[in-house]
Design a protein around this ligand. Structure first.
Ligand SMILES: *Cc1c(COP(=O)(O)O)cnc(C)c1O
Length: 507
């Protein structure tokens, strides 16, 4: 039985979500003003208000989903105020926490343009200019980091996803049969080799893509947290003997803990001889390969079969932007392409277009390339070289400052990551020294992270809980860096005194 429609089909339709051009212009200028206000004040505000989840929840509108709508102007104004008052500012010059960068202002404008035009980069027909901009962006990123072009690749949401793309291409290449049709059931057991410094992406990948985390061979790292090559070769040989097939070796270019760079050319050589896929996780460090003075170990990423780079880290794009690069573009297609009957995206009369849904995991895709492309064009290679160099120099300056500080122990400095700890003289000596310093620094870090003066994160090396400063921040300057040891020492002394005094806050 056919149901009568309840509503008459509208002729002169005015949908509640539409905005007329005048209103859009007015509210749009307002939004831009608010963003400009945020950026103008970013040096003056605390890095964070350090509020608890329930405190933040309390500022949201109360009650269930609103039955009626509200005016765009008032909503934008309110959203801007909420963000202004309850955010943590990754772009603050004293945010040195995780490897997540200050965002280029031009990227915010690019995202507005991108959302305004709203192309769907799944297929060329839905996004002609946007698709070609993305293709050029991927080529340019490859060129910047010294990776041979032409190559395959695409933008994804971040480093994890970019690493997944490399992993899946490797899985496709390593499988003896049609892994896409048969899965892994008819394959020999597979194994992947990474240093113990490797980011958790490898666990997610091994888990999600059917190998299981037991397939990960955690190769020991040396004193500088770089993959031990003898162990790598030994594990590969042992596995081969046991009938286990190596799927890939993933080297890291700038580890998440201390910024360590694996000996990439040597790993490439081991992989070449053994016929194993060589992947590089350059989510953080790959852009530093564009510096003429970059170590050869880093430049070795050019030898990889696939590389992950994060424009939302050291190319300073706003979140989210990751980039997966694969040497063999055809293989990328063979890893991801399906041509369902409901997509008629190939032209019989024209050249073959790029349809990005065939090169990765997403189907509908947004125009995240625009912010990266405009960023590259705004500053050029020269601009990135300067900014990355400055970040590295600032991390070194911090290392020097903490080395000279009586109450600090400087531990490592690689790329733009410096680790150290607060180690007061009178905290040492007793049998519980290490244990005490770990507790002290852990508590100190929590205090720093909610205090709003600066924001650091941590690394754990050889059982030592360390403070970690990552300078991926074009707003940070020497004055900010010089303030860090002072802040850490002041807050550290407080925590130390509280703990010593049978402190109220001690655990
Ligand atoms: C940040 C990072 C990742 C994860 O990248 P996301 O963009 O957060 O997904 C992976 N590996 C390394 C070395 C990283 O620094």
């Amino acid at each position: 039985m056919r149901q009568e429609p309840r509503t008459r089909a509208p002729r002169n339709r005015r949908a509640p979500i539409e905005m007329d051009p005048e209103e859009f212009r007015r509210v749009g200028y307002l939004a831009i003003d608010r963003v400009a206000d945020l950026l103008a004040r970013i040096r003056e505000v605390p890095v964070t208000a350090g509020e608890s989840p329930s405190e933040v929840r309390a500022v949201l509108p109360a009650g269930p989903v609103p039955e009626r709508g509200a005016g765009a102007e008032e909503l934008v104004e309110e959203a801007a105020r909420l963000l202004a008052e309850h955010s943590l500012w990754i772009g603050h010059p004293r945010f040195l926490g995780f490897i997540t960068s200050s965002a280029a202002p031009i990227g915010a404008l690019a995202d507005l343009l991108a959302a305004g035009a709203n192309p769907n980069l799944g297929g060329f027909v839905l996004s002609p200019i946007a698709t070609e901009i993305e293709a050029q962006t991927v080529r340019w990123i490859a060129e910047l980091i010294g990776y041979p072009v032409p190559c395959g690749g695409l933008l994804v949401s971040g480093g994890n996803m970019a690493n997944f793309i490399g992993f899946l291409a490797a899985r496709r290449a390593a499988a003896s049969g049609d892994v896409r049709a048969h899965g892994l059931v008819s394959e020999p057991r597979l194994a992947v080799y990474v240093s113990e410094e490797t980011h958790t992406w490898i666990q997610k990948a091994a888990d999600l893509f059917g190998l299981g985390t037991d397939a990960i061979r955690w190769i020991e790292a040396d004193a500088n947290r770089r993959m031990n090559l003898h162990s790598l070769e030994r594990r590969i040989a042992d596995d081969r003997k046991a009938g286990i097939r190596p799927l890939l070796v993933a080297g890291t270019a700038g580890s998440v803990g201390v910024g360590a760079i694996d000996p990439l050319p040597a790993i490439a050589e081991i992989c070449r001889r053994a016929g194993i896929w060589f992947h590089v996780d350059g989510a953080y460090g790959a852009p530093a390969a564009m510096l003429p003075e970059a170590p050869e170990d880093l430049k070795g990423l050019a030898l990889a079969d696939s590389v992950a780079v994060d424009p939302h880290k050291w190319l300073y794009s706003p979140l989210e932007a990751g980039c997966a690069i694969v040497r063999d573009r055809k293989l990328l297609e063979e890893t991801f392409r399906y041509r369902p009957p409901y997509y008629h995206l190939e032209r019989r009369d024209k050249e073959e277009p790029i349809n990005f849904h065939e090169l990765g995991m997403q189907n509908s895709r947004g125009f995240r390339a625009l912010k990266v492309w405009l960023g590259i064009r705004q500053v050029g290679r020269e601009g990135y070289v300067r900014m990355i160099r400055d970040d590295i120099a600032l991390a070194r300056a911090l290392f020097d400052r903490v080395s000279r500080h009586e109450e600090m122990e400087a531990v490592s400095c690689n790329l733009s990551v410096t680790t150290f700890r607060f180690a007061p003289r009178d905290g040492a000596g007793d049998a519980r020294r290490e244990e005490y310093f770990n507790e002290l620094n852990e508590e100190l870090l929590e205090r720093l992270q909610s205090g709003g003066e600066t924001f650091l994160s941590n690394a754990v090396i050889d059982g030592k809980f360390l403070l970690r400063a990552c300078v991926v921040n074009f707003r940070t300057s020497l004055e900010d860096i010089e303030a860090v040891p002072e802040i850490v020492a002041r807050v550290g002394r407080q925590v130390h005194a509280e703990k010593r005094g049978g402190g109220k806050r001690s655990r």
